[in-house]
Design a protein around this ligand. Structure first.
Ligand SMILES: [Zn+2]
Length: 149
C-alpha cells in the first residue's frame, strides 16, 4: 500500500533543474486541493538545525525532508502548502502527525511546485521567486518588517 502511494507521487512530480538549483515540477495536471504526497524524512528535536533545511512539526519537533520534497523551492505566491490532518493518529514512533503537501490551486504540467518557506528574519535572504506578490525576501510575512527597513 505505501509502495503504491510512493509510486503515485513520482507519477505526478519530478525533480529537475530550476532557476534555483533543483526544484520539484509537475509531470501532469494537478487539480486544486490534490494531496501531492506525504513528506517523508527524519524527525529531529535539535533546535540547532538550520531552519532553512527543516520543516516545522508539532511539539517543537522538526522534519528533515527527503527527496523528492526536499527539493521544494520557495515562492511568495506558492501553489502548494504543507499541512497535517488534525484527526490523524500521531505516528507512534515520533508522537507527531504526518506532514503532507497539498495543491492550493491548479498546477499545470511543467509548472514548478512551491511553498512559502516563512523563514524567521534571522535567516532571511533576498527572494527571486519572480512572483508579482514577491515580498523581496524569503521570510515569514509577520517578520518582513524586521528585514526591510
Ligand atoms: Zn518572492
Amino acid at each position: 500500500m505505501s509502495k503504491k502511494k510512493a509510486k503515485k507521487v513520482l507519477d505526478m512530480v519530478e525533480v529537475k533543474d530550476s532557476n534555483n538549483g533543483q526544484g520539484l515540477f509537475a509531470k501532469k495536471k494537478i487539480p486544486k486541493d490534490t494531496v501531492v504526497g506525504r513528506i517523508k524524512g527524519k524527525v529531529v528535536s535539535d533546535e540547532k538545525h538550520d531552519p532553512r533545511y527543516v520543516m516545522e512539526l508539532e511539539n517543537n519537533l522538526l522534519l528533515v525532508p527527503k527527496a523528492p520534497f526536499r527539493f521544494l523551492n520557495h515562492s511568495c505566491h506558492p501553489n502548494c502548502e504543507l499541512f497535517d490532518w488534525e484527526d490523524e493518529t500521531p505516528n507512534p514512533k515520533t508522537g507527531v502527525r504526518n506532514l503532507y503537501l497539498g495543491a492550493l490551486r491548479k498546477i499545470k504540467p511543467g509548472d514548478e511546485l512551491t511553498i512559502d518557506y516563512s523563514w524567521p528574519a534571522s535567516v532571511a535572504i533576498p527572494c527571486q521567486c519572480g512572483s508579482k506578490k514577491c515580498r523581496g525576501y524569503i521570510v515569514d510575512k509577520d517578520e518582513l518588517h524586521l528585514v526591510s527597513n
